[in-house]
Design a protein around this ligand. Structure first.
Ligand SMILES: *[C@@H]1O[C@H](CO)[C@@H](O)[C@H](O)[C@H]1NC(C)=O
Length: 339
């Protein structure tokens, strides 16, 4: 129903625009999609002049429009049989082509990061068309994500008190046993033991193997039991809830040192993102980007929601590059802007 009325709106706008050589609809339509679903952004060539029908010279260009147009992202271009998709839209967008005037684009596996303004341009040689629309992606805000955390020094250096603080520093809280159990059911497999909020030390194994509590034991939570909170040192499992702001890759031209990365986010009216932010964006917003970026704790990571060649090919994960030398200009940066 929603799609039908959107389409009608588009048709009317298009008909009105028909006589102008190039025109943009003033108030872009809003299209809503659920996280992870497929969505169609409507766009079509309307002309009563039948000479266009079957015209193979028609070129279609889809762009994601930013406030600063110099930062616009190419999404898809099509000319005749040639198709190209770009960046995070690669292999995930295609033209619907219900008929030969249809330039509507389907985006599969919609992520929160796809939210924004899109422009469709059809160059037919005569009646060129420009259409804009806004895509809003609606996520499930009830969930959270559990992630293991180990500081830069080395693993197993956190007392319970430090463990609680480390999670807070990452925009998260120390995870409970139930939260870790849910994460394990969801496939979390991690072979380093971490503190939980009840003072126990455990780790989740879905693929049993010898060094991780034995290959004869079945999958499950390996439990070291209650440990001495003041003395014993382990890693920690943290829990981050849905973001109340926006996690994003800062589009800027060069590679940065850590200090430059911190400043670049501030200059953008944001802060450098924390580890909890990247995990929440990845798990709860399907955020996917194959670019390594600095985070607030001095680590470098990148979130892959759709595994693919050269970008975490075997599993969806937040990839950990390490805690590199902070003066190296080798990475970009992820920022976080609270609402
Ligand atoms: C989205 O589209 C893809 C490709 O056409 C299809 O394989 C997939 O099942 C669709 N997903 C949903 C949720 O409809």
């Amino acid at each position: 129903m929603k799609m039908m009325s959107l389409l009608c709106f588009t048709l009317i706008t298009m008909t009105l625009a028909g006589s102008q050589a190039m025109s943009t609809n003033a108030t872009p339509v809003k299209i809503f999609a659920e996280l992870g679903a497929n969505v169609t952004l409507p766009c079509r060539l309307i002309s009563d002049d039948t000479m266009f029908f079957g015209n193979t010279g028609i070129r279609v260009k889809w762009t994601k429009v930013q406030d600063d147009e110099s930062l616009n992202e190419d999404v898809l271009v099509s000319m005749g049989f040639h198709r190209r998709t770009f960046g995070s839209f690669e292999d995930r967008t295609f033209l619907q082509e219900a008929d030969k005037d249809d330039a509507s684009m389907i985006i599969t596996d919609v992520s929160m990061d796809d939210t924004g303004r899109y422009r469709c341009e059809i160059f037919s040689g005569m009646d060129d068309v420009v259409q804009e629309m806004i895509l809003e992606v609606e996520g499930d805000s009830t969930d959270g994500v559990v992630f293991p955390y180990s500081p830069s020094v080395s693993r197993y250096t956190l007392t319970f008190e430090r463990a609680e603080q480390v999670c807070l520093d990452q925009g998260a809280t120390i995870a409970s046993h139930d939260q870790l159990l849910e994460a394990w059911k969801g496939g979390l497999d991690w072979c380093n033991a971490g503190w939980l909020s009840d003072g126990t030390v455990q780790y989740p194994i879905t693929k049993p193997r010898a060094p991780c509590g034995g290959s004869n034991n079945g999958p499950g939570l390996r439990n070291y039991g209650r440990r001495n909170k003041k003395v014993d040192q382990f890693d920690v499992f943290c829990y981050a809830t849905a973001l109340k702001g926006r996690f994003y890759w800062l589009v800027q031209p060069k590679r940065l040192t850590f200090d430059e990365a911190v400043q670049a986010c501030l200059d953008d009216g944001a802060e450098i993102a924390k580890v909890g932010h990247i995990f929440a964006a990845w798990k709860l917003e399907a955020y996917d980007r194959c670019d390594a970026g600095w985070l607030a704790d001095g680590s470098v990571r990148y979130p892959i929601f759709r595994p693919r060649k050269n970008c975490s090919p075997t599993e969806a994960a937040v990839r950990f590059v390490g805690f590199p030398d902070k003066t190296q200009k080798l990475y970009g940066v992820y920022c976080y802007k609270s609402n």
